[in-house]
Write a protein that binds this ligand. Structure first.
Ligand code: UFG
Length: 338
């Protein structure tokens, strides 16, 4: 298939380009580099020994999308482009609704006009809010607690409405748990701007000596060691899940929702210990107050994806940590060095 990947230079987007190319597909990328670097795509081209056509610009630009659909015979779209920081979304909700909701609407309208019917959307476990129990299945109640989460939920609902109205439309909604790790080559990985919000890139920067210590947000949760529990999934497993979803569901209209997680809960302290062991670097930490909005535990039931897509995460926690460390230690300043 010939796939348009929006946000294809980003963390998950770049790994997914590789998974698609390795599965025999061709990709076209649109990215405005607002939270990504062109070097990531160059490295994808090096790793895959192929060229990837790039359109630099905003996915909310109807003219740009029309140009892409007229210049390429696109079979389906994977839509990663968007803003993703929870705290920023509280401060700038309109930015989040424009980048995440309005742009997605423009994309869906342009797809319909161009006769492209398959859309894979990058959603998040955040749509489950504070789950009543774990593991979380796809039919659990949804409800977001911040503008970022609401923007994901609204796009999910827009896609489901479109699947009702347009009997050809194929809405594939993938709810990611916590993507971590990097490509085995160590050439591409997560490269956050400024101070990382997320645990894994923060630990990686402590291990490489860029930051002095990790603050662990809360040591009094009702979990096995008091720290928050999440379902960390290797970004390459996640990327392969996208290829599987497209291959299995292309040509099967309707709305399809899947959790992409491992089903295993890992605590913050488990992750710190694994990183220190694998990197052989100390990870100094201090337990501080809980971070507002965090839940105690969040992990997936991955059964639906396994049954319908024949996909499951296969990489271990040590693979996640070792690949993160390979990327971080060989690119201590991310893509900026390049
Ligand atoms: N944590 C720390 N210290 C840090 C960063 C995180 O202790 O410096 C802890 C958190 O409290 C949590 C765990 O590490 O227990 C994971 O935190 P992340 O920020 O890495 O991930 P979240 O589960 O909070 O966030 C993820 C996605 C978001 C999504 C959010 C809400 O990254 O996009 O889930 O479900 F919105």
């Amino acid at each position: 298939m010939h796939i348009l990947v929006t946000g294809g230079a980003g963390y998950i987007g770049s790994h997914t380009c590789i998974a698609l190319i390795e599965a025999g597909h061709t990709v076209v990328v649109v990215d405005d580099f607002s939270n990504s670097h062109p070097e990531a795509l160059k490295r994808v081209e090096t790793i895959c020994e192929t060229s990837v056509p790039l359109y630099q610009g905003d996915v909310g630009s109807r003219a740009l999308l029309e140009q892409i659909f007229s210049e390429h015979n696109i079979d389906g779209v994977i839509h990663f482009a968007g803003s993703k920081a929870v705290g920023e979304s509280v401060e700038k909700p309109m930015l989040y609704y424009r980048n995440n909701v309005t742009a997605s609407q423009v994309l869906i309208e342009t797809m319909q006009h161009a006769g492209v019917h398959t859309l894979v959307f990058s959603s998040s476990a955040t749509v489950y809010g504070d789950p009543h129990s774990v593991p979380i299945a796809e039919d659990f109640p949804v409800g977001a607690t911040n503008p970022y989460g609401r923007s994901k939920l609204v796009v999910e609902q827009i896609m489901q409405d479109q699947a009702v109205a347009n009997s050809a439309f194929n809405a594939i909604i993938l709810r990611y748990f916590n993507p971590v790790g990097a490509h085995a080559s160590g050439k591409i990985g997560e490269d956050p701007n400024g101070i990382p919000n997320n645990l894994m890139p923060f630990i990686a920067q402590v291990a490489v000596g860029k930051r002095s210590e990790l603050s662990i947000f809360g040591g009094d949760y009702p979990t096995k060691d008091g720290t928050g529990v999440r379902d960390y999934i290797h970004v390459c497993d996640l990327a392969e899940g996208h290829a599987k979803a497209l291959e299995t569901l292309h040509g099967k209209p309707g709305a399809h929702i899947f959790n992409l997680g491992t089903g295993a809960g890992v605590s913050v302290l488990d992750m710190v210990k694994a990183y220190a062991r694998v990197s052989q670097r100390p990870i100094p930490y201090q337990i501080v107050a809980r971070r507002p909005g965090d839940v105690a535990q969040c992990y997936a039931s991955p059964d639906h994806a396994k049954t319908v897509l024949g996909w499951q995460a296969v990489r271990s926690l040590d693979d996640m940590v070792a690949s993160s460390w390979r990327w971080q230690s060989s690119n201590p300043h991310g893509y900026r060095e390049a």
